[in-house]
Design a protein around this ligand. Structure first.
Ligand SMILES: [Zn+2]
Length: 282
């Protein structure tokens, strides 16, 4: 059986960017692909990273069979910006399902395909698209893959996802402000993370920035290290910090990676998420 993993197609927060100074960690906004045993494609978020993902999918001949499941953490711009141009949205062979905690998810996605913002209208899209509303805390089953959900601390709420395949599990927790959790959420988040082998967690800010931008819905890197280290039950787990601020250069992120590894108290592997890189549960 293949290991459970995640390919990063975009790990930037707020806005996509491009510059030689960010070539290593990449400039596309949030989009993650879950690599698992089944044929169905599983994606988290539709930031600009979903464009290269969709392009790679559409260039395979024939395009892979199986449904495409898109789990939306929430619908702030940086998590939906890639949908309009994503080749999957325009492909007659694509059968997509969007999952969200928002009752209005269908109209939110439909409104992307509307003049004066976009020339292709919703009714003219060639793909088949459906929607499923998730109640936070609900667990879904996609073949052999189980998907658990968690309500996170973020303006208008966001969802964290945990993907479980046999004894392996990985969590994608983008846009979660650990610093503003109440005791109930702290306990729920720690329990959610306890059995995971790999967690990708929002760490957009430095500690100083987080104090300045309190309430924006993002965590400080140091807090991610201390909280996730305490929550992970697995000694060899990987903690990958993501949703990088758009002004953070490769050099900055390299330095933060070394610094975060130094403040770690246990044996976890602490990394900064890199676009186009694949990480597997060990
Ligand atoms: Zn957000």
């Amino acid at each position: 059986m293949a290991a459970l993993g995640v390919k990063i197609w975009g790990c930037r927060g707020s806005i996509s960017c491009s510059s030689p100074s960010i070539a290593k960690y990449g400039g596309n906004t949030t989009c993650y692909e879950i690599l698992h045993n089944g044929n169905e494609k599983v994606i988290v978020d539709g930031g600009t990273g979903i464009f290269p993902l969709g392009l790679a999918w559409s260039q395979q001949k024939p395009v892979p069979r199986g449904n495409i499941h898109v789990f939306m953490s929430h619908v702030h711009w940086d998590h939906i910006q890639g949908l309009a141009c994503c080749p999957m949205m325009h492909h007659p062979e694509a059968d997509l399902t969007f999952y969200s905690h928002l009752d209005a998810i269908e109209s939110i996605v439909q409104n992307i395909f509307k003049e004066p913002h976009f020339p292709v209208r919703w009714k003219d899209l060639l793909s088949k698209i459906s929607f499923k509303i998730i109640t936070p805390g609900e667990t879904l089953q996609l073949g052999d893959l189980k998907v658990a959900t968690l309500k996170q601390v973020h303006p208008s709420d966001s969802l964290g996802f945990k993907f479980i395949q046999k004894s392996q599990s990985l969590a994608i927790m983008t846009d979660h402000e650990l610093e503003l959790m109440d005791s109930k959420t702290t306990e729920a988040t720690a329990t959610f993370l306890n059995d995971v082998n790999l967690v990708l967690h929002d760490g957009m800010f430095t500690t100083e920035e987080q104090i300045e931008k309190k309430g924006w819905g993002h965590s400080a890197m140091d807090k991610v290290v201390s909280f996730c280290e305490g929550a992970l039950g697995t000694e060899s787990g990987q903690i990958i910090i993501t949703h990088h601020a758009p002004y953070r250069s490769d050099k900055d992120l390299d330095d933060h990676e070394v610094r975060c590894q130094k403040i770690a108290k246990r044996n976890h592997n602490i990394l900064m998420a890199q676009e186009n890189k694949t990480y597997f549960c060990k």
